[in-house]
Design a protein around this ligand. Structure first.
Ligand code: FMN
Length: 208
């Protein structure tokens, strides 16, 4: 698990991001939490660094930020359904899983974390991720939820299972939450997430 960026690199700067992400295919999977707004920065910085960014969103995620925002920031179509084949007649979830170099789930809700830990494929996000070979393309989860949700025994079991299954976690951090609690479960900031992705790709030091 990585937490706060502990080196001196500015992981929001093009100078740090371009050497790592230029020409890389990054799948950004978004589930339904209030922290979706922070992922706009992540997608924008990846695109500016030259990454080919594909965004997929659960139905709940689209309640927080419109897919149009991520389409504009990434410059690519956004996948919001397992049943719409935007680019080709091939099964989109296999093609997207095969072509990504690294995948991010941010925010990763309690529900999506549970689905990943249990091998469920009901949303477009979990369906695509079910086909990603994590030995080839690391999958980084950035959990985000209320502190009480984070501490639930079921959630803690799912975290342990996800780690045992080869997912990498960035955060969560401590602090102010949108539900007006202060505690653990706050999604990591964009620079910590970008550093985590870089580490997962074997850059940035430390190994996420
Ligand atoms: C205003 C609002 C904020 C929410 N924020 C979170 C959150 O931060 N983390 C979380 O795990 N669930 C949150 N939820 C609940 C999820 O949206 C809900 O469990 C949903 O079914 C998740 O589906 P998904 O994992 O397919 O996106 C929130 C719900 C609402 C209405």
């Amino acid at each position: 698990m990585t937490n706060k960026a502990d080196d001196n690199t500015d992981w929001l700067s093009p100078a740090a991001l371009k050497p790592v992400f230029d020409g890389r295919s990054v799948l950004v999977c978004i589930s339904g939490g209030i922290a979706v707004y922070k992922v706009c920065t992540v997608v924008s910085r990846l695109a500016q660094a030259g990454a080919d960014v594909t965004v997929c969103m659960t139905k709940a995620a689209t309640e927080f930020v419109s897919p149009i925002t991520f389409q504009a920031l990434s410059g690519n179509p956004v996948y919001t359904s397992s049943w719409e084949h935007i680019e080709s007649s091939d099964p989109q979830h296999i093609a997207l899983a095969d072509r990504c170099d690294v995948a991010l789930v941010a925010p990763c809700t309690m529900n999506t974390l549970s689905d990943l830990a249990h091998g469920k494929t009901d949303s477009v996000v979990t369906l695509i991720l079910s086909a990603v070979d994590r030995k080839r393309a690391p999958v980084v989860l950035a959990p985000a939820m209320n502190d009480g949700m984070w501490r639930q025994p079921s959630n803690q079991r799912n975290v342990e299972q996800a780690i045992a299954d080869g997912f990498t976690l960035v955060g969560p951090g401590d602090g102010w939450q949108a539900c007006r609690h202060v505690g653990t479960g706050r999604m990591s900031e964009p620079e910590e997430i970008l550093r985590g992705l870089a580490c997962a790709l074997g850059n940035g030091g430390g190994g996420a």
